[in-house]
Structure formats: structure tokens, C-alpha cells
Write a protein that binds this ligand. Structure first.
Ligand SMILES: [Zn+2]
Length: 284
């Protein structure tokens, strides 16, 4: 298949998860001519407001609008073809009373949410789907729910009886964003030596979103797209201010800190090597 026939779908919980976890990947495949689509489950309505130009009290009620605009700017920078909002609200961090509010993604009927995502899959026909792992990265309810809904849609998009409407379509490969423990350890050491507070390590242990290296199958070189990734991260001004540890990483380690984006291949109906350096390996 040529690049113009390839389609990549990212399914993420909040605006900013896509740029942090896979901004280089989205920029790389967009530049290649692959069709790139981002589905974001929520607008991050109850996220932090770290943009120093905003008064948090004033900005909080319109955070959804602000974050949607930030996301649109970020996706323009990365060259992503389309953004789809699944239409649920941010559930807040685990354990908050907000988790029980009916409009939140955490409370959404799974069958219904899977149905919404299936309609996107049948329309954009992605060979490759990327989403959160079963821990949702760090056990945020929206991250866990994103995993479950994406898994359901990946499998049932081909089942027109169970989920009617549109043309059935079965994606070929399913991936999870994966941050390998070894890389987290290295980054933590470099940051600690430089005396910069960071979340690559918690009490000397890798952070909760890190996974064992043996789960990582796919190492993508995104070096030519580091500038775009950083610009996309900066576009999420309410979430990633200039003094955030994400951006300080570049000062301490250099741009190569973001040179590789890594994934776990959870499922593939085509033969592909392990390790591989392309999400579309086996499909070209
Ligand atoms: Zn998130």
C-alpha cells in the first residue's frame, strides 16, 4: 500500500495526551501523506490551569473551549487531518466525587461509547489504531475508559450485526502508547543530576505510567519532528507551561530526549518483525 492509502487513528482521553505521548508520530505520518485522525474522548474540562496569563477562577468555566482551541492549534502544527471529539466530559482524577457525575466519560455506557467510536473507524478505515494501555497510563479513569472503549471498537468495527450502521471495517494493528522503564530511569538520573524536579521517578522507582521494556515492540524515530512535537506541547498552554518538567527536559537532556516514541503492539493480523520501527510494518 502507498502512504496515501494508509490511515492512522489515535484514540486519547484528553487534549494534550496525544502531543505528549505521540506528537512526533502524528507529525511523521502526516508528513508522509498517511491520513491521520485523532479521537479525543473529552475536552479536559476539569484539568489544571497552568497558563500564567489566565486567571484560573475566570477561566475554569470555559476550560473546555480553551482546551479545544489549544488542541486544534496543536493538531495544525502536527499536520493531523481531522479531530473528532467523542463528546464526553472529563471524569477528573481517580477518587474524586466528579467520577460519579453522569456526563463524565467514566460513567458513559461502554456499549454506547464503543458505538460512537466504531462509526469513526468505519468512516476513516484506519489500518492502525493507537490508544492507552490497560492501566490507562497512570490509572486516570478517562485513560482506563479510553482503553476499554478503543479495544471494543477495534474488535467490533467489523461486526455489523452487533453494531449496525456504516460499512464494517477491521483495523489490522492495535498499539498502546508505552513509556519503557529503562528510558524513564535514564531520564530521571539525568534530571536528578541536573537538580531538576521531575516525574520520571517516584521515590527512586519508575513512574506508574512506565512499562517493562519487554512490552515495548515498536521504536519510532521521530527526530525530524521534535520541533513540531515541542510546539504542539507548548500549544497546550493550560497544561504544559514553559517551566513544566516536560519542557525542562529539553534544556537538560537536549532535544534528543524526544527523538524516539515507543509503543506496545497489542494485536496484529499481519506479519511484522519484533522489534519494528514503523507502525505500518507489514502493511506497506
Ligand atoms: Zn489525560
Amino acid at each position: 500500500m502507498s502512504a496515501s492509502e494508509l490511515s492512522l487513528l489515535a484514540v486519547q482521553p484528553h487534549p494534550d495526551d496525544e502531543s505528549i505521548g505521540m506528537g512526533g508520530t502524528l507529525a511523521r505520518y502526516s508528513a508522509e501523506g498517511v491520513r491521520t485522525t485523532l479521537v479525543t474522548a473529552t475536552r479536559g474540562e476539569v484539568g489544571e490551569i497552568l497558563d500564567k496569563e489566565l486567571d484560573p477562577k475566570e477561566a475554569a468555566p470555559r476550560l473546555a473551549t480553551i482546551r479545544e482551541a489549544e488542541l486544534r492549534k496543536a493538531m495544525q502544527i502536527l499536520g493531523v487531518n481531522e479531530i473528532v471529539f467523542l463528546g464526553y466530559e472529563d471524569s477528573g482524577m481517580a477518587g474524586l466525587p466528579r467520577n460519579r457525575e453522569p456526563q463524565t466519560f467514566w460513567q458513559a455506557g461502554e456499549e454506547e461509547a464503543i458505538g460512537r467510536l466504531i462509526q469513526v473507524i468505519r468512516r476513516v478505515r484506519p489500518q492502525v489504531v493507537v490508544t492507552q494501555n490497560e492501566f490507562g497510563g497512570y490509572a486516570h479513569p478517562d485513560h482506563i475508559k479510553t482503553h476499554r472503549v478503543a479495544i471494543g471498537a477495534f474488535f467490533y468495527a467489523g461486526d455489523i450485526k452487533r453494531f449496525p450502521g456504516g460499512e464494517p471495517f477491521r483495523p489490522s494493528k492495535l498499539y498502546y502508547n508505552a513509556f519503557p522503564k529503562s528510558v524513564m530511569r535514564q531520564l530521571a538520573e539525568v534530571m536528578q543530576r541536573a537538580g531538576v524536579a521531575n516525574r520520571f521517578s517516584t521515590d527512586g522507582e519508575p513512574p506508574p505510567f512506565a512499562v517493562s521494556d519487554d512490552r515495548v515492540t515498536t521504536w519510532l524515530d521521530v527526530r525530524p519532528f521534535i520541533d513540531k512535537k515541542l510546539a504542539a506541547m507548548r500549544a497546550h498552554r493550560t497544561q504544559i507551561p514553559e517551566d513544566s518538567w516536560f519542557l525542562k527536559l529539553v534544556d537538560v537532556v537536549g532535544a534528543q530526549a524526544w527523538a524516539t516514541e515507543t509503543y506496545e503492539r497489542a494485536r496484529s493480523s499481519v506479519d511484522a518483525p519484533t522489534p519494528e520501527d514503523d507502525l505500518f510494518a507489514g502493511l506497506r
